[in-house]
Each structure stands twice: as C-alpha cells, then as structure tokens.
Design a protein around this ligand. Structure first.
Ligand code: MRU
Length: 351
C-alpha cells in the first residue's frame, strides 16, 4: 500500500470550472482524485459513492448544477432554467434518502432565477456553489464548538459509518465534534464500527482519523454490545442523512441498533448534523430508504460469501426514534427532548 499524505483532506472542490473529488471507492488503499466537467459524471459519482455522506452529496449536487450551467447552450434565461431543471432531475434521482441533495439543488435553482441574463446567471450559480462548499466547513466548525462542550477529557466515543471530513467538504459533523474536542485540549479516543456492508467505518472513518492522528480502534459491527457492556465506551456520536421535525433521525443502517444498545447501557447518544439535514415537512413513513444491490451482502470483493440466488434485504439507512437520542448538535445549538419544540427554536433563532 502506498504511503498516504496525512493532512488536510478536502473531499469536494471547485477549480478552473471543474469539480474535483476524492474517489472514496479507492480508500483506504489509494488517495486518488477525480475531475469532472460534465454534470452527468457528478451524478454518476454520487450514485456509485465516489462521493457520499449527506453534506458532501449536497455540495456535489450544487457543483453539478454549476457544470450544467457552464455546458448549457441556452442563450435566454428561460432556456437556461429549462436546462437546469433537466439536470436537477438527473442529479436528484441519484440517491433518495439524504435531504442535503435537494437542499443544495434548490439553493442553486433559487439563485439562478435571480439572474437577468445567461451570463449573470452562470456567475451567480458558480459563486453560490462555491459559497455552499465554504459554508459547509464553517457550519461544521460551529457545530464542533457546540458539540465539544458535551465531551470530557479521556472520553471514549463510539461512532458509526463515516460522518467526517470525507462525508462533508473538509471538517466533518460527528468527527468534526471529535476534532474540536481534541483541539480544545481534551484527550479523546474513538471506537469506529466497520459499518457493513460498504465499510464506511473501516475504509473511511478509521482512515481519516488515523490520517489526522486521532486515537481510533476499529470493531466489527457485531461488537457494539460487547464494548458497551465492558464499559469501553462512554458516549456515542453519529451523523445524519435526514432529521425530521420530531427528532427522528435517518442515518446509516445499523445506527438504530447502536442507539438501542447505548440506551440499555445508559450511554449518551448524540447526533451531529447541520440544519440543511433537517426535513421539517415529512413524516417517518414518507422517507424513502435507499435499497442497495444484493452483491454488497453476498460477496466480499469478488468472492461469493452466500449461496447463489439467495434473497437479500439490503437497506442503506434506518431510523432512530427521538427517545433514544440524548441531543442533536447543530451549528445553531443543541436540540434536546422535547425535540419538536427544541428543533423549532433552533430554526427560529437562525432566521
Ligand atoms: O451511504 P453513505 O455513505 O452516503 O451514508 C452516509 C451516512 O449515513 C452518514 O452517517 C451521514 O451521511 C452523515 S454524514 C456527515
């Protein structure tokens, strides 16, 4: 395995009218970047998880629309909006659960409508997409600051999936809180679940924490109960793909199990997510849970690990109910039970 550089991972970026991304399918073996100038490639990168994680998908969607605006041959405002609407649909149809994708696309469509001609619209769109990316870092850092107050010196914190720099533009939501806690001078250890079947925990979280010199141990998903029962964990923090007004949290499959076991052992369970991950309109039954291909479960690499033709259920996300959650950390503050009231207040304060 080649030696990887160990500083400043930037997951998604914009340079010379191109989108640059870390190819996360290659991690942890290779730190490779891909460059796109066509929004179809960005849509494909989201679909195939070259880029993944709710905030990173939102930013990628916005950059995808910026590429579409550059490529469009439209000469009138109306025709550019028509082209953008078509591209928006293609980008939006890539992954259904994380609400940040819709958020990023909607922000670009809104700004596009403010331009009076094609040239000003293109400039407004590019500037807005770049701003969305920069704001993501600022938002994560603000969240980190609030969240770090909840963590003490010598805490060992469990996390699930990857809610780090690799799931955002650069700093991370759940792992951003861990970075901020460390930067506040507190000693902190992380236990990362491997997060089957796509291994975001072992491939990405373990990689980026090691990369940044943060103490991390990897466990199989099946060892969550063992480590909690042994007293090896005293807090949990995860990210979110979508949070409802009631405080129901949609996140990587397995999060619900981690929360249930944490409750059994009286271990505080925190969620860190930006306000752009909230969906204040939907009810739990409205949220589409992405179902992924059977091969993720029936194979390890190219090797078959299940009988031919076996029926597979492979949801990418699950829902954790608010009664299992101690607090939701956002850039506007921390929501706590009763969540509906507390979340409402955070949004009002943000206005
Ligand atoms: O399928 P993925 O890898 O896109 O799922 C990512 C997660 O579930 C993350 O925990 C979530 O997006 C939060 S990222 C800050």
């Amino acid at each position: 395995m080649e030696e990887l550089k160990t500083h400043s991972l930037r997951t998604v970026d914009w340079k010379d009218n191109k989108v640059i991304m870390i190819d996360q399918t290659k991690l942890p073996n290779k730190l490779e970047y891909v460059e796109y100038s066509d929004y179809h490639d960005v849509a494909n990168a989201i679909k195939t998880m070259i880029v993944r994680g709710a905030p990173a998908i939102g930013v990628s969607g916005a950059f995808g629309l910026a590429l579409a605006a550059i490529k469009s041959k439209a000469t009138t405002k109306e025709n550019l909006i028509k082209d953008l609407e078509e591209s928006r649909q293609i980008l939006f149809s890539t992954r259904p659960t994380a609400v940040n994708l819709k958020w990023g696309l909607d922000k670009i469509m809104e700004i596009a409508k403010k331009g009076s001609n094609v040239l000003t619209m293109r400039n407004l769109i590019i500037e807005e997409a770049k701003k969305i990316a920069e704001d993501d870092i600022k938002t994560n850092m603000a969240m980190g600051k609030f969240g770090s107050e909840l963590f003490n010196d010598n805490d060992t914190v469990m996390t699930h999936c990857n809610a780090g720099a690799l799931a955002t533009v650069a700093y991370g939501t759940a792992l951003g809180v861990i970075r901020a806690t460390k930067d506040a001078g507190k000693k902190i250890k992380v236990i990362a679940t491997e997060t089957r079947p796509v291994q975001q925990g072992s491939r990405l979280t373990a990689f980026e924490l090691k990369h940044d010199g943060i103490d991390v141990s990897l466990i199989p998903d099946t060892a969550v109960g063992y480590t909690m029962a042994k007293g090896l964990v005293n807090k949990v923090i995860v990210g979110a793909d979508r949070i409802l007004r009631t405080g129901h949290v949609f996140n990587k499959i397995g999060t619900y199990q981690v929360a249930l076991i944490a409750k059994q052992h009286k271990i505080p369970f925190y969620v860190a997510a930006p306000l752009s991950s909230f969906d204040l309109k939907s009810n739990p039954e409205d949220v589409i849970i992405e179902q992924r291909k059977a091969e993720e479960v029936t194979q390890a690499g190219d090797k078959k690990t299940a009988p031919e033709g076996i029926d597979v259920i492979n949801p990418a996300f699950d829902m954790t109910p608010p009664e299992l959650i101690t607090g939701i950390i956002t850039e506007a503050g921390i929501a706590q039970s009763p969540f509906e009231e507390s979340i409402k207040k955070l949004f009002e304060a943000k206005k």
